[in-house]
Design a protein around this ligand. Sequence first.
Ligand SMILES: Nc1ncnc2c1ncn2[C@@H]1O[C@H](COP(=O)(O)OP(=O)(O)OP(=O)(O)O)[C@@H](O)[C@H]1O
Length: 270
Amino acid sequence: MLCNYATNWSQNTAMEPLIDIDNLSYAIGGQPILHDISAAFEPGLIHGIIGPNGAGKSTLLRNLCRIWEPAGGTVTLNGRDLRHIRRRELSQMITLVPQESRVDFSIRVFDFIAMGRHSHLGRFSWLGYHDLDIIEQAMDVTGTLPFKDRVINQLSGGESQLVSIARALVTEAPIILLDEPTSSLDIQHKLQIMELLTRLKAQGKTILMSIHDLDLARRYCDTLMLLESGRLYCQAPTEEAFQTAHIRQVFHVDIEESETPHGVSLLFYA
Ligand SMILES: Nc1ncnc2c1ncn2[C@@H]1O[C@H](COP(=O)(O)OP(=O)(O)OP(=O)(O)O)[C@@H](O)[C@H]1O
């Protein structure tokens, strides 16, 4: 079932979509995973993608940066068909922080993050002062400076997640896709990353992220896309999308909201 604003809410807003998905479908080994998804993402906002395990959130993100090629439909970035953008240019436009951020090979954290500058370097050129500045800033805002000389496959899951985010930042891509960026993080780091994403939004970045934590999604995302079994259930501004009926339909749980005497809103699930 599709809720009302699934296809037309963004057409009623002032901004032009930066990412436009038209009838996107994707299959693995003949098995359909995404079904005719149409959606639009406006620039300079945080867009959350929520849905149960297996709903297709990671698959959608991989289709948006051409790690996987759609079986049908089109994705456009600023009106340009994704298939017609060269890989090198695409990697300067859009970057993905994957869900599994552990790395199997042994490489120094600094060198791994520096690999994010690759698309900005000439074939035989090495990092210049400007690149080093960007890398240092990315490590600073993600809190990864203290382990820059450690070997990456010896980091904890949460530390690796922060390193992956730093690597995405050094690409300077205006569109950042994140696949459950807070899943391995403790509560302090979760909040730090969400605040960092909010600052990046203020600098003009467009952020799309899949997220399981509905409380964080509601607090930090400007729009929410609800996926259910590979289909779009709803895409709308967060306060419209985050309704009891929609959450019940997609997650099969009831939510209740309560406010503490200090004005903090809490969610309860039943
Ligand atoms: N490489 C693969 N081969 C076969 N099926 C796959 C593969 N990758 C994903 N799938 C299937 O595609 C569907 C969507 O998976 P996807 O990882 O996109 O879901 P998700 O919403 O991100 O899930 P989660 O919240 O658990 O991370 C699932 O049914 C999954 O089993």
